[in-house]
Write a protein that binds this ligand. Sequence first.
Ligand code: SF4
Ligand code: F3S
Length: 237
Amino acid sequence: MPFVVTEPCIQCKFTDCVAACPVDCFRDGPNFLVIDPDECIDCGACVPECPVEAIFDAESVPEEWAEYIEINKKLAAVWPSISEATDPLETADSWKKVEAKEQYLHLDETAAAALEKAPYGPPPKAPPGDAAADASSPPADGPADEAAPAASPPPAAVPEPEPEAASAPPGPAQAAPALAESPTIRVEEPHVPSDPGPTESTAPPPRVEGAGMARKVARKVLPRRLRSSLKKALGRS
Ligand code: SF4
Ligand code: F3S
């Protein structure tokens, strides 16, 4: 079985492995190396040379990095050969103990096409959580929110704030149409209490039709006592 370079190599690329390989089967990416499985003679000479223990026999690759078997195969088909050791990446020391680095694999256009993923990179020079170094690092030139490998996306882009009009509480002029158009919110008519009218105790007694004329006649023809009785009978006590 061929040997495989796995995640710890990302952002380090010490290349000690290259010097040990008798058949030049390493392939060179921007921040990662791979082994061409068709060239590897399974000698194992490269394994102890790697400072971050990134190289495994394909049968012994840790389960979490099993996908690197396929990654090595696909990227070896598009990346150029490297036959001599070079200086490590300037990010090597600060990134060598960082875990979960797959999201920082720099995928140029060719590599992205080979892996059927979006291009990504270069990643930030500072590892995650290194605030001081973050401030001095140039931004990645790739679309970080699109370049994520499917299993592990790159650092999430800062979500854009909602437009002010959408987030601000609506004023009175906005609220009415918004509610009126809503399929779930019903606009209630303002409640106007009905006038119960005068109560029985305070309401004036009903007037008898024709009472006015009767009073005028009575005032002229009836004695005072009879007029008083008639007034009571007509509801004017
Ligand atoms: Fe090269 Fe041997 Fe390592 Fe394969 S196992 S990459 S042949 S040094
Ligand atoms: Fe990578 Fe280790 Fe070789 S870091 S380049 S696999 S020595």
